[in-house]
Design a protein around this ligand. Structure first.
Ligand SMILES: Nc1ncnc2c1ncn2[C@@H]1O[C@H](COP(=O)(O)OP(=O)(O)OP(=O)(O)O)[C@@H](O)[C@H]1O
Ligand SMILES: [Mg+2]
Length: 242
């Protein structure tokens, strides 16, 4: 199905001196257009799962399909290209380049895919205006407030018109009011760009504004809680055995 994310029998074991199995057999589907919240206690494996979904780490077994593409079967170059074109990333750890301007940061994914600066710039400007930062193009990222930086991260994630958005604690370091503004923005952009998204969060406020919540439990099952109506019937069996 187009724009769905389908995780099949996913397994991840960290090898090494302290071998650690995070999940052994996990299966679930994120439906097209869904905004899925992924919750669970610290160390449960949320970031691990998100990194696997984003092709930033390799699973020990199983498949991860974005539409018809199983990213576990792509070579490094194909994977890098897929990530750049199809997936927008919003990470917990601040990932902007502080010495570069907001505009340069947002242009970056387009330049990486070989787009000419003359066409990348207007797209980046449009996206920054979309997140309410039209007056901040020339500010260095390091000179922006936390909320403004998170807007730049969102603009950078979406400038390349991805189909999927993966976010790890997108409101983690923000005060309640700023977090709520970022959520408004996320909701609006998601509808506008028809994104399918997975958002890792410790915030119940954020989870309650997602279409569905999965709880990743250490050594156990995903519990499933319904959120916003209309809530699609659960079309998944999510399991993780450790
Ligand atoms: N590279 C690694 N090698 C070995 N173990 C790792 C590695 N990365 C993470 N782990 C372990 O895997 C487990 C899951 O980590 P992960 O970062 O996915 O948790 P999380 O659910 O995102 O937690 P938090 O809410 O604190 O961000 C942790 O126990 C962690 O110590
Ligand atoms: Mg984490």
């Amino acid at each position: 199905m187009s724009n769905s994310i389908s995780v099949e029998s996913l397994a991840k074991t960290y090898r090494g001196a302290n071998e650690l199995t995070i999940f052994a057999d996990m299966t679930f589907v994120v439906n097209p257009g869904e905004r899925l919240a992924l919750i669970g206690e610290s160390g449960a494996g949320k970031s691990t799962l998100l990194h696997l979904l984003g092709g930033l780490d390799t699973p020990t077994g199983g498949a991860i399909r974005f539409g018809d593409t199983d990213i576990t079967r792509l070579n490094q170059r194909e994977l890098a290209d897929f990530r750049n074109r199809e997936i927008g990333f919003v990470w917990q750890v601040q990932s902007l380049l502080p010495e570069f301007t907001a505009l340069e940061n947002v242009m970056m994914p387009l330049l990486v895919r070989g787009e000419d600066p003359s066409t990348a710039q207007p797209k980046a400007e449009k996206m920054l205006a979309e997140v309410g930062l039209a007056a901040r193009f020339e500010h260095r990222a390091g000179e922006l407030s936390g909320g403004e930086q998170q807007r730049v991260v969102l603009a950078r994630a979406l400038v390349g018109q991805p189909k999927y958005l993966l976010a790890d604690e997108p409101t983690g370091n923000l005060d309640e009011q700023t977090a709520s503004q970022i959520l408004d923005l996320l909701e609006r952009l998601q509808a506008q760009f028809q994104l399918t998204s997975v958002i890792v969060t410790h915030s119940s406020a954020l989870a309650s504004r997602c279409t569905r919540t999965l709880r990743l439990a250490k050594g156990g099952l995903f519990a499933i809680e319904s959120n916003l109506p209309p809530y699609r019937a659960v079309t998944m069996e999510a399991q993780s055995h450790v």
